[in-house]
Design a protein around this ligand. Sequence first.
Ligand SMILES: [Zn+2]
Length: 134
Amino acid sequence: MAEKSKFSSMLNCKCPRCKEGDVFIHSAWSKRYNEMNKNCPKCGLRYEYELGFFWGAMYIGYAISVAISVTLGVATYVLLDNPDTWVYLSIIIGAILLTSRLNFRYGRMVLLYLFAPKFESPSETLRREKELTK
Ligand SMILES: [Zn+2]
Protein backbone atom coordinates (compact mmCIF):
# COMPACT_ATOMS: atom_id res chain seq x y z
CA MET A 1 0.00 0.00 0.00
CA ALA A 2 1.32 3.44 -0.94
CA GLU A 3 2.21 5.71 1.96
CA LYS A 4 -0.32 8.47 2.53
CA SER A 5 0.96 11.99 2.01
CA LYS A 6 1.07 14.42 4.91
CA PHE A 7 -1.19 16.82 3.03
CA SER A 8 -3.95 14.31 2.29
CA SER A 9 -3.80 12.99 5.87
CA MET A 10 -4.13 16.54 7.17
CA LEU A 11 -7.10 17.24 4.90
CA ASN A 12 -8.76 14.04 6.14
CA CYS A 13 -8.04 15.03 9.78
CA LYS A 14 -5.89 11.97 10.50
CA CYS A 15 -3.22 11.56 13.18
CA PRO A 16 0.06 13.29 12.24
CA ARG A 17 2.16 10.31 13.39
CA CYS A 18 0.41 7.18 12.04
CA LYS A 19 -1.87 8.93 9.48
CA GLU A 20 -4.65 6.44 10.30
CA GLY A 21 -6.35 7.45 13.54
CA ASP A 22 -9.07 10.08 13.46
CA VAL A 23 -8.37 13.34 15.28
CA PHE A 24 -12.03 14.38 15.52
CA ILE A 25 -14.78 12.11 16.85
CA HIS A 26 -17.69 13.40 14.73
CA SER A 27 -18.05 14.81 11.21
CA ALA A 28 -17.51 18.52 10.49
CA TRP A 29 -21.26 18.91 9.89
CA SER A 30 -22.32 17.22 13.11
CA LYS A 31 -23.64 19.22 16.06
CA ARG A 32 -20.58 18.05 18.06
CA TYR A 33 -18.05 18.88 15.33
CA ASN A 34 -15.52 20.27 17.83
CA GLU A 35 -15.03 17.12 19.94
CA MET A 36 -11.59 15.57 19.55
CA ASN A 37 -10.07 12.28 20.64
CA LYS A 38 -7.58 12.85 23.47
CA ASN A 39 -5.23 10.27 22.00
CA CYS A 40 -4.92 8.70 18.58
CA PRO A 41 -7.13 5.55 18.52
CA LYS A 42 -4.44 3.74 16.46
CA CYS A 43 -1.02 4.76 17.84
CA GLY A 44 -1.90 6.52 21.12
CA LEU A 45 -0.36 9.91 20.27
CA ARG A 46 -1.62 12.52 22.71
CA TYR A 47 -3.01 15.36 20.57
CA GLU A 48 -3.09 18.12 23.18
CA TYR A 49 0.64 18.01 23.80
CA GLU A 50 0.44 20.46 26.67
CA LEU A 51 -2.29 22.49 28.34
CA GLY A 52 -3.48 25.25 26.00
CA PHE A 53 -1.69 23.73 23.00
CA PHE A 54 -4.62 24.48 20.69
CA TRP A 55 -4.81 28.19 21.52
CA GLY A 56 -2.38 28.72 18.65
CA ALA A 57 -4.94 27.21 16.28
CA MET A 58 -7.05 30.36 16.67
CA TYR A 59 -4.35 32.37 14.89
CA ILE A 60 -4.19 29.86 12.07
CA GLY A 61 -8.01 29.91 11.76
CA TYR A 62 -7.86 33.69 11.69
CA ALA A 63 -5.27 33.62 8.90
CA ILE A 64 -7.46 31.21 6.91
CA SER A 65 -10.45 33.56 7.38
CA VAL A 66 -8.41 36.56 6.20
CA ALA A 67 -7.22 34.61 3.14
CA ILE A 68 -10.83 33.68 2.30
CA SER A 69 -12.01 37.27 2.81
CA VAL A 70 -9.29 38.81 0.63
CA THR A 71 -9.78 36.21 -2.11
CA LEU A 72 -13.55 36.70 -2.17
CA GLY A 73 -13.19 40.50 -2.00
CA VAL A 74 -10.92 40.54 -5.03
CA ALA A 75 -13.09 37.99 -6.87
CA THR A 76 -16.22 40.06 -6.14
CA TYR A 77 -14.50 43.22 -7.38
CA VAL A 78 -13.35 41.59 -10.61
CA LEU A 79 -16.37 39.40 -11.39
CA LEU A 80 -19.18 41.74 -10.30
CA ASP A 81 -17.47 44.96 -11.44
CA ASN A 82 -17.13 46.67 -8.04
CA PRO A 83 -20.68 46.32 -6.63
CA ASP A 84 -22.12 48.11 -3.55
CA THR A 85 -20.55 47.54 -0.14
CA TRP A 86 -23.44 45.37 1.09
CA VAL A 87 -22.68 42.84 -1.67
CA TYR A 88 -19.06 42.52 -0.48
CA LEU A 89 -20.17 42.19 3.14
CA SER A 90 -22.88 39.62 2.34
CA ILE A 91 -20.54 37.43 0.32
CA ILE A 92 -17.63 37.60 2.75
CA ILE A 93 -19.67 37.20 5.96
CA GLY A 94 -21.66 34.36 4.38
CA ALA A 95 -18.49 32.54 3.35
CA ILE A 96 -16.87 33.02 6.77
CA LEU A 97 -19.97 31.62 8.49
CA LEU A 98 -20.18 28.68 6.07
CA THR A 99 -16.50 27.79 6.51
CA SER A 100 -16.20 28.44 10.27
CA ARG A 101 -16.32 24.75 11.21
CA LEU A 102 -13.67 23.91 8.63
CA ASN A 103 -11.53 26.83 9.86
CA PHE A 104 -11.76 25.47 13.39
CA ARG A 105 -10.71 22.00 12.30
CA TYR A 106 -7.97 22.95 9.87
CA GLY A 107 -6.52 25.50 12.28
CA ARG A 108 -6.01 22.62 14.70
CA MET A 109 -4.80 20.23 12.02
CA VAL A 110 -2.20 22.69 10.69
CA LEU A 111 -0.95 23.24 14.24
CA LEU A 112 -0.78 19.48 14.89
CA TYR A 113 1.10 18.85 11.66
CA LEU A 114 3.52 21.72 12.31
CA PHE A 115 4.51 20.32 15.70
CA ALA A 116 4.03 16.58 15.12
CA PRO A 117 7.72 15.92 14.30
CA LYS A 118 8.57 17.16 17.77
CA PHE A 119 6.11 14.78 19.40
CA GLU A 120 7.33 11.86 21.44
CA SER A 121 7.50 8.19 20.45
CA PRO A 122 4.68 5.76 21.45
CA SER A 123 6.68 4.42 24.41
CA GLU A 124 7.27 7.95 25.70
CA THR A 125 3.53 8.65 25.33
CA LEU A 126 2.72 5.58 27.45
CA ARG A 127 5.26 6.57 30.11
CA ARG A 128 3.85 10.09 30.26
CA GLU A 129 0.23 8.81 30.44
CA LYS A 130 1.22 6.61 33.41
CA GLU A 131 2.81 9.58 35.16
CA LEU A 132 -0.31 11.69 34.64
CA THR A 133 -2.62 9.03 36.10
CA LYS A 134 -0.53 8.53 39.26
ZN1 LIG B 1 -1.81 7.87 15.34
